[in-house]
Design a protein around this ligand. Structure first.
Ligand code: PLP
Length: 417
């Protein structure tokens, strides 16, 4: 991200605050389009990385589609003006009402992950007098080299996808079903992958299935190789789409298949910063704790996945002594931290810190735990700044709750008359 007036933004919108640089989103998108320009290509952005409407609108205007995992994400995409035919619905646990919503909207396809789901989708489509476009997600049993077991999805023992040996039967079944329109074969092997080789292995599994089916007269339109492109949390460049394209295209281009990719993190991760303000600097047990007004409720990755984020003062601080500190939040959990054992110019209360590479799986995983209001989100485009989501209010916190109007049965002695 370029030099943004971070201190000004923190002043104007208060902290904790998410800031997204839309021009960085443009550049990341463009890198994919350039890398894959020699094939018919759709970038189906993974909405769960960052579903802010302003971000989705920008992506739609860049020609992107969306990879969604819930009816809620479908609602977001449609509200942002994403054309329905570019929306692909993934996820192992789609409900009937979500299938109906996808059919009514006219989405690009449902990406089905089990025989049970395929059969329900066929039933729902028939009952609606519609034909459901379908892709089948296979599990290629590839152990993707990713940083945390929670981000591996392509090995046989994960809950995702249909095992290779069952997949062919499912494709045949879908092909014959009068209310299903079989379109694609899908794979998604994990997240934060920095090595291009697993993508080639995944593509080979998919192309083998495509060839086998073709020999039986079953023609697929697209191969979807999922997302997972890693970003540089340590300040490194991350996985280059060009490098992946160089590996994939020689075998893919001759098939004439359309290619879908579902990057999330690599489109928005680097474009986002979380701004937090230092409340206290506390020394305890030989450690230095920098207590900020943001923590696991704003950015869960450090405590959930052991995710690493660079943390830097937004003001020049090179004249200050560097100390090893833990940057922690105000939440009542020992697991509430943003960074641990990090050398940082010792900040002062009131100072703003930037948590880098926070645009993906940041706000989308934010919670109201400890009755904390979720932060505001701001988008920046050059010199233009827009509040894309206001900070939650105290009334937002209790909205939708109610107390039963039953006669009170309490034994509070002070209320006895
Ligand atoms: C989460 C997810 C993605 C995006 O993963 P990134 O690591 O953010 O690129 C893509 N496809 C599916 C099916 C997913 O569940």
């Amino acid at each position: 991200m370029g030099p943004l007036p971070l201190n000004e933004l923190a002043e104007r919108f208060d902290t904790p605050l998410y800031v997204y640089d839309l021009q960085e989103v443009d550049r990341r998108c463009q890198a994919f389009h350039t890398a894959f320009r020699d094939v018919d290509f759709l970038l189906a952005y993974s909405v769960k990385a960052n579903g802010n409407l302003a971000v989705l609108r920008r992506l739609a205007s860049l020609g992107s589609g969306a990879d969604i995992v819930s009816g809620g994400e479908l609602h977001r995409c449609l509200a942002a003006g994403m054309p329905a035919e570019r929306i692909y619905f993934a996820g192992v646990g789609k409900r009937r009402d979500e299938m109906v919503a996808g059919l009514e909207a006219g989405i690009g396809a449902f990406h089905v992950e089990s025989a049970g789901e395929l059969s329900l989708l066929g039933e729902v489509a028939r009952a609606s007098g519609a034909t459901a476009p379908v892709g089948i997600r296979v599990n290629p049993d590839i152990l993707s080299p990713t940083f945390h077991e929670y981000t591996r999805t392509g090995h046989a023992a994960s809950k995702f996808g249909v095992p290779m040996d069952e997949a062919r039967d499912l494709f045949r079944w879908a092909w014959k079903h009068p209310s299903l329109d079989l379109r694609g074969a899908v794979v998604h092997i994990g997240s934060q992958i920095l090595d291009p080789a697993p993508y080639l292995n995944a593509q080979r599994s998919i192309l083998q299935i495509v060839r086998d089916l073709k020999s039986e007269g079953i023609e697929l339109e697209y191969a979807d190789l999922g997302g997972g492109f890693g970003v540089g949390y340590q300040g490194d460049p991350g996985l280059d789409p060009g490098e992946v394209a160089a590996l994939l295209l020689p075998e893919l281009a001759p098939t004439g298949l359309r290619l879908l990719l579902e990057p999330g993190r690599s489109i928005v991760g680097e474009a986002g910063i979380l701004l937090v303000r230092v409340l206290y600097v506390k020394r305890s047990g030989g450690k230095v704790f920098v207590v900020t007004d943001g923590g696991m409720t704003e950015l869960l990755r450090p405590s959930h996945y052991g995710g690493f984020h660079r943390v830097e003062p937004v003001e020049e601080a090179s004249d200050r002594p560097t100390e090893e500190v833990d940057v922690v939040g105000p939440v009542c959990e020992s697991g509430d931290f943003l960074a641990r054992e990090r050398a940082l110019p010792l900040p002062e209360p009131g100072e703003v810190l930037a948590v880098r590479t926070a645009g993906a799986y940041g706000f989308t995983m934010a919670s109201n735990y400890n009755s904390r209001c979720r932060p505001a989100e701001v988008v920046v485009d050059g010199t233009r700044v827009h509040l894309a989501r206001r900070r939650e209010s105290l009334d937002d916190l209790i909205q939708g709750e109610s107390i039963p109007d039953w006669p009170e049965q309490g034994t509070d002695p002070s209320s006895a008359s």
